[in-house]
Design a protein around this ligand. Structure first.
Ligand code: AHR
Length: 541
């Protein structure tokens, strides 16, 4: 969405009022305006942008995804049934597994073969304090019950593509090559294909996406960009056989604004003409507010967090620009494979859920404004994976034993699913910006309304976040060059911005849907304060 200044807005509103005299009164009633420019396409929104992340970390896998076949918790082959049902409803993009930092400590061979014979290993995330605080739980000593076959079956159950993260720090390239063979070689062809079959899956899985290391500047090996580029090429140079799958290799990209990591890696790859071995460049961005509270935040922390999330826009454009200095043919796209709000871990639903946190409407706005940002850059962003699916940083679900709930972030993914595969179109927005002082008294400001729009046939999806904590926005919405036939609104807002869903009250923050009278053009819609909204607009010529 192009954000216009207040002055632009006044001018364009007056101009619209002059041209459409009948709407002058309506123009005066509105304090904001959005124009959907249907005939200005930007690109197709990759369904992969709506992806997820499952790491062996605290309660993500054990107690989250995997409950085991013998569990009293309803399950499908050991996977929590409620999770499967909820995910199927939102058409998930690719699911990344098994890490994160965990991936560079993981040997995929530990997670194949008969479950009762698989080794138990101390989890990467366990530090010395956990030896005092945690018993012999799966989060601490991973039983490897959930391995390659189980994960890939989970992906099939929810109709999502798998995205496997390869261990580059502690295993050789040969192990990667053999993992591809285990997953993708034809039935009956090799010993590894037979092992896969013995694990219950005769037919190949056809895994396409492979991440070559994770955060290789840090937990993934502490490499320099030049060292990592050499490692990357060693791992990714293997390209045949592909077992008929168009493999997509993803390089371990920067943390936030580390432009130097991108520039130096791309320079190395460019000098050796290696971009044909790379499909994606992973970017990680976690947003946070200084006081760090998930639920007990103040007004400043509301805006601080949204401001921090909004950095995604400049991260995408700045890394993209630097990538293009070396990758002139634009073969490599951005893969934002870790993003979300990372708060203090004081709101775990269970002590074994390391990094577990509650989620409010503020997190829903982080999700909405970030997905809108991806939607506005379909030419640059090929995939994204929110961190992490369940019981962790910014989760769509919280679960413990037989208890399960949908967070406000889940509802945003459900609302935004309509964008998947649609054509993103340019929009212009004008609304009073919000401004605030941070804890140090420094001034900040942020757009008041922002969003994205996409078109599929005669259906337009317009999603919008109103970042203002207390003020609703009466907004004129014009769909240029089309006649609006009907409008339905789905709105996610909260009575109190600290409200959150609990096992006892799981629908405290949930969306509401209503039809919107739209007989006039432009029509006026009131975006509630602190809300995420989807407008489904049906148009004619
Ligand atoms: O998502 C949690 C951790 O954050 C991941 O394992 C790591 O890649 C990142 O630092």
């Amino acid at each position: 969405m192009t954000i216009l200044t207040r002055r632009d807005f006044v001018t364009s509103t007056v101009a619209a009022g002059l041209a459409l005299a009948g709407h002058r009164v309506r123009s005066r009633l509105a304090d904001a305006r959005i124009d959907v420019l249907v005939d200005e396409p930007i690109g197709t929104i990759a369904p992969e942008i709506y992806g997820h992340f499952v790491e062996h970390l605290g309660g993500v896998v054990y107690d989250g995804v995997w409950v085991g076949e013998k569990s009293r918790v309803p399950n499908v082959g050991g996977v929590r049934r409620a999770l499967v049902d909820a995910l199927r409803a939102i058409h998930p993009g690719p699911v990344r597994w098994p890490g994160g930092c965990f991936a560079d400590s993981y040997d995929w061979r530990d997670g194949i073969g008969p479950r009762e014979r698989r080794p138990r290993r101390t989890n990467f995330w366990i530090d010395d304090s956990h030896f005092q605080t945690l018993g012999n739980v799966a989060a601490k000593y991973d039983p490897n019950e959930f391995g390659t076959n189980e994960f890939l079956r989970f992906c099939r159950l929810i109709d999502a593509q798998p995205y496997l993260a390869v261990n580059l720090r502690t295993l050789p390239a040969r192990s990667f090559m053999e993992w591809v063979e285990y997953c993708n070689s034809p039935a009956g062809s090799t010993t590894l294909a037979d092992q896969r079959s013995a694990g219950g899956d005769r037919e190949p899985f056809g895994v396409r996406y492979w991440g070559i290391g994770n955060e290789s500047w840090g937990c993934g090996g502490n490499f320099t960009p030049e060292e990592y580029a050499a490692e990357y090429r060693r791992f990714a140079t293997w390209a045949v056989p592909t077992y008929g799958v168009k493999l997509g290799f993803i390089g371990s990209g920067p943390s936030g604004g580390d432009i130097d990591w991108t520039r130096r890696f791309f320079r190395e790859m460019g000098e050796r003409r290696s971009f044909d071995r790379m499909w994606g460049w992973a970017l990680h961005h976690y947003c946070s507010a200084p006081n760090g509270e998930a639920v007990a935040f103040d007004d400043t922390a509301w805006y601080d967090l949204l401001g921090s999330a909004n950095r995604m826009e400049s991260l995408i454009t700045s890394h993209w620009q630097v990538m293009g200095e070396s990758d002139r043919e634009r073969r490599v796209k951005l893969v934002v494979d870790e993003w979300g709000a990372w708060h203090k871990m004081t709101t775990n639903v269970d002590p074994t859920h390391l990094f577990g946190q509650q989620s409010t409407i503020r997190d829903a706005l982080v999700a909405g404004l970030t997905l809108d940002t991806f939607n506005r850059h379909p030419d640059k962003v090929a995939m994204a994976n929110i961190a992490q699916l369940i019981n962790c940083i910014q989760s769509l679900f919280l679960a413990h034993e037989d208890k399960f709930l949908l967070t406000p972030t889940y509802h945003v993914f459900a609302m935004y699913a309509a964008h998947q595969g649609a054509t993103a179109v340019r929009t212009e927005s004008s609304a009073p910006p919000v401004s605030w002082k941070d804890g140090q008294g420094r001034d900040h400001s942020l757009w008041g309304l922002n969003g994205s729009a996409s078109v599929k046939g005669d259906a337009i999806t317009l999603t919008v976040t109103n970042s203002h904590l207390t003020e609703p926005r009466d907004t004129e919405i014009a769909v240029r060059g089309r006649v609006v036939r009907s409008v339905a609104a789905t709105t996610l807002a909260a009575r109190d911005v600290h409200d959150h869903n609990t096992f006892e009250a799981p629908r405290t923050v949930a969306p509401a849907t209503a039809n919107v009278p739209a007989s006039a053009a432009p029509f006026v819609y009131r975006f509630p304060a602190a809300s995420v909204t989807k407008l489904e607009i049906t148009v004619g010529a």
